[in-house]
Design a protein around this ligand. Structure first.
Ligand code: NAD
Length: 440
């Protein structure tokens, strides 16, 4: 019998499959579309590829350096490059799975019961089933089927210049695409229903981002409610009780993602809530031999969280302690400047009853930030005033997504501000801002 059937080959599924195989389990991985899932095919990797290219294209400050660069971009060539990157990474995943002797089936799976999965005419039996089917872009009822109205799935494949892009939803996907297309010289308008951009992030970060975006000419409307989208395209929205209409040639709807659980079960299913598969602290569904990890359980919609949950599941199956602490999961937004956070924010720490100390370091005094023409940014450290231990960190600066790992480690190892300050930081680096913050 198969030890473990894993359904879905995104970072949750394929990383869990490799981990399980390394631990000696006999694994079958089933995928109906493409290896790599959303992250590799229509999420993290293609977005960051476009962002990387668009940053090269953005010549906002090149004149200052004496560089005269061309302002044109061949979007068809960029799409070719993006697709090459996806293909190259897919090959790498396929090779790793082959080397680890994971059986890969590229077909649709249907779960029949707690131990059986149907793949076309074949019925597979397994001791455990791990669901890692991910999520899909929400298409809200106000989203019409008109040319130019897209989710991130379609916009990622766009090879036509866009004059004016309206983005509905100023969450993670919204601000990342705003950065990409602003760099490509497209006019951007963001319509966000909540009071701030990135509603789940620290308020100070959101305010700064709005300010930086506005300074660059990106129009940001918060507390803005879309009422109508008409052919043309014309988008109407209410802001502070005033109705406004703007014309654009492309519209991105980025209002969240929902779990992919439809058509997954042949008959009965374990407990679900609005499509999310409910799980306990070991990611077990109400059917104990069936687990659900990643976006499909709706806990944390992050690739690295899915992989960590999956690895914990393998330990649970093997009756071992689960080693990954998901409460210490870093969260990164790849806009410009980058944003990264881990642990508790100031308000979360206060709500938990901590006597909170907030220490800040600014990039305006950091040599590497200044010489590389970065926008003003900061590193904010949240610590327990009594023990000095680091509880959380929020960064808004270049390389934030790289530097957050150091602070994740510091929280995991329960380091104090003083211990962080007493590390020797190489000069000149942006990481010196962490030291500056920890000394404050
Ligand atoms: P999100 O939840 O981050 O943001 C959606 C935004 O849309 C919210 O700010 C919400 O207030 C707003 N909104 C909802 N309905 C609206 C309406 N009718 N009008 C205007 N605004 C409206 O969702 P997302 O940006 O679509 O991203 C989906 C998921 O994918 C997120 O959970 C995110 O964490 C994940 N993701 C992560 C990364 C990353 O880690 N860098 C990148 C992309 C996506």
């Amino acid at each position: 019998m198969i030890d473990c059937i894993i359904i879905g080959a995104g970072p949750g599924g394929y990383e869990t499959a490799l981990y399980a195989a390394k631990k000696g389990l006999n694994v079958t991985l089933i995928e109906k579309e493409a290896l790599g899932g959303t992250c590799l095919n229509k999420g993290c990797i293609p977005t960051k590829t476009l962002l990387y290219a668009s940053e090269k294209m953005s010549d906002a400050k090149l004149d200052e350096l004496g560089i005269q660069a061309s302002k044109t971009i061949d979007l068809t060539q960029l799409q070719t490059y993006k697709n090459q990157i996806i293909a190259q990474l897919q090959k790498g995943i396929a090779a790793s799975l082959k080397k680890a002797h994971v059986q890969v089936i590229m077909k649709e799976a249907k779960i029949m019961d707690e131990h059986h999965v149907r793949v076309e005419d074949e019925i597979l039996e397994a001791k455990n089933i791990i669901i890692a089917t991910g999520s899909k872009s929400i298409r809200p009822s106000f989203m019409p089927d008109l040319k130019g109205v897209m989710t991130s799935d379609e916009l990622l494949n766009n090879d036509k210049p866009i004059q004016h892009l309206v983005i509905i939803g100023g969450g993670v996907i919204g601000v990342e695409f705003a950065s990409i297309y602003h760099n490509l010289n497209t006019k951007i308008t963001i319509l966000e229903a909540k009071e701030q951009l990135l509603p789940n992030m620290d308020k100070e970060i959101a305010q700064n981002l709005k300010m930086i975006f506005k300074k660059r000419g990106i129009e940001v409307h918060t507390s803005a409610f879309v009422t109508k989208i008409e052919e043309g395209l014309n988008v109407s929205f209410m802001e502070k009780e005033a109705l406004q209409t703007i014309a654009c040639d492309a519209l991105l709807v980025a209002v969240g993602r929902s779990a992919c659980s439809d058509h997954l079960f042949e008959d009965e299913s374990p407990l679900m809530d609005k499509g999310r598969i409910l799980v306990n602290e070991a990611y077990q569904t109400s059917w104990p031999s069936v687990y659900a990890i990643g976006d499909v359980n709706g806990q944390l919609q992050l690739a690295h969280a899915a992989a960590a949950q999956g690895k914990n599941v393998i330990h649970h199956i093997l009756n071992e302690k689960m080693p990954y602490d998901l409460s210490n999961t870093p969260n990164c937004v790849y806009c410009e400047p980058e944003i990264a956070a881990v642990g508790l924010s100031e308000s979360e720490a206060k709500a938990l009853g901590y006597e909170v100390k907030v220490s800040k370091g600014l990039t305006s005094a950091n040599g590497k930030s200044v010489l590389s023409q970065q926008d003003r940014g900061f590193v904010k450290l949240i610590s327990d005033a009594k023990t000095q231990k680091l509880l959380g960190a929020q960064l808004m600066c270049a390389r934030a997504s790289d530097m957050i790992s150091e602070l994740t480690l510091a929280i995991q190892c329960e380091l104090t501000l003083e211990q962080i300050a007493h590390i020797i930081y190489p000069h000149p680096t942006i990481s010196e801002v962490i030291q500056a913050a920890s000394e404050n």
